[in-house]
Design a protein around this ligand. Structure first.
Ligand code: NAD
Length: 355
């Protein structure tokens, strides 16, 4: 059993902890947090051993009546490996601590790629992390683009990718983020930094990205155009994406018109926290014009990197090869949205009852 410590128990850390706990070959050693808040309480209620980041913070946890086992340093000593899910830049600072105790670590997307031996996406470059000591799971947007581009590149070759990323302003637990009522080119400069991040997974890929940030918390939405090296048939391209275990091709008859309905669909399917671990590509948006492929895909930013963290751990410790690891992770988490035919009554009127 691989004993995994989670340093940073926020949006990503709590989900990684739950995912690790459901694996047959891993266990959660404990979780470390900065503040003694409701999230810390729910970690204890979930049965996780709780750690504070340092001695000073440990006192604050005790004062709040929260039982802790020690500090992040103790967790690093006791764990076989750390998943660092702290805010961007903190992970790089923490690497010194991990090195001090010779504990391998998985970092997240906001860290610079140089924090780790390799950047990681299970579909595209699993083997690069085989036996690695430090691995960085790329961001939610890069994960989403990598999953889409891998099958296209393998089957048709990619001449050039252009993607516009319409990004959620913040997560539901980030009241301080915005915009509240605006639409921001973000960054204003073109191309955005997302393309180079995708190139940490596909070094030879030609890709330009543009970023926009909108007042939403639900998901990111990507408008993608890929100029391929050969001419695909639209049905074949669609079949190709449907065969991907971490792409959910949204069927037309589901009548899912946007990100809100996607999240509702996931909640109805009984997903924990309403999480969608898959890319959601609208089947109707898949289009081909000559060698140009187009689609819209939605990415649940809080969720798509979670199975990737689990697979990164298996690659680092050489537990299972890519195909087996992905299958194990998918099965234990329950990535089966596409196996659930939508159960909806026929549309009587396009107007909703509460309009
Ligand atoms: P978050 O703010 O929700 O959680 C961060 C956690 O780290 C909090 O529990 C905080 O208390 C804790 N923390 C802060 N400083 C710490 C320290 N020094 N030691 C230990 N813990 C500390 O952040 P998040 O959204 O989970 O993001 C974490 C990482 O995951 C970032 O690299 C981010 O880019 C990446 N990521 C986030 C998302 C997303 O949409 N939220 C998606 C993909 C990747």
């Amino acid at each position: 059993m691989l004993s995994v410590g989670i340093n940073g128990y926020g949006t990503i850390g709590k989900r990684v902890a739950d995912a690790v706990r459901s694996q047959p070959d891993m266990t959660v050693c404990g979780v470390a947090k900065r503040s003694p808040d409701f999230v810390a309480e729910s970690a204890l209620e979930a049965g996780y051993q709780l750690y504070a980041i340092d001695d000073e913070r440990a006192d604050a946890f005790r004062t709040a009546g929260l039982n802790i086992e020690g500090t992040s340093a103790d967790l690093v000593v006791e764990s076989d490996v750390i998943v660092d899910a702290t805010p961007g830049g903190v992970g790089a600072q923490n690497r010194t601590l991990y090195e001090q105790y010779d504990t391998p670590a998985v970092f997240q997307g906001a860290e610079t790629p140089t924090v780790a031996d390799t950047s990681f996406n299970a579909r595209a470059n699993f083997d690069d992390a085989w036996g690695a000591e430090y691995v960085r799971v790329v961001s939610c947007n890069t994960t989403g683009l990598s999953r889409l581009l891998a099958p296209l590149a393998e089957n048709y070759g990619v001449e050039k990718t252009r993607a516009t990323l319409i990004r959620r302003g913040g997560d539901p637990d980030q009241p301080g983020r915005g915009p509240i009522n605006d639409i921001l080119p973000d960054p204003i400069t073109v191309p955005s930094h997302h393309g180079p991040d995708v190139q940490t997974i596909f070094p030879e890929l030609s890709i330009d990205t543009m970023g926009v940030t909108v007042p939403a918390t639900l998901m990111h939405l990507h408008g993608v155009n890929v100029t391929l090296e050969s001419t695909p048939d639209v049905e074949t391209a669609r079949d190709l994406l449907e065969a991907e275990s971490r792409i959910f091709v949204v069927p037309k008859d589901a009548r899912i018109k946007g990100c809100g309905e996607l999240r509702e669909f996931a909640r109805d399917a009984g997903r924990p926290r309403g999480d969608i671990w898959e890319n959601c590509v609208w089947g109707e948006s898949i289009s081909v014009d000559g060698r140009d492929f187009y689609c819209f895909q939605a990415i649940h930013q809080e969720a798509d990197v979670i199975p990737e963290n689990v697979d990164a751990l298996r690659a680092m410790f050489e537990l299972e090869r890519a195909e087996d690891s992905v299958a194990t992770t998918n099965e234990t988490l329950g990535l089966s949205l596409r196996e659930r035919p939508p159960e909806r009554s026929p549309v009587i009127s396009e107007q909703a009852c509460d309009d």
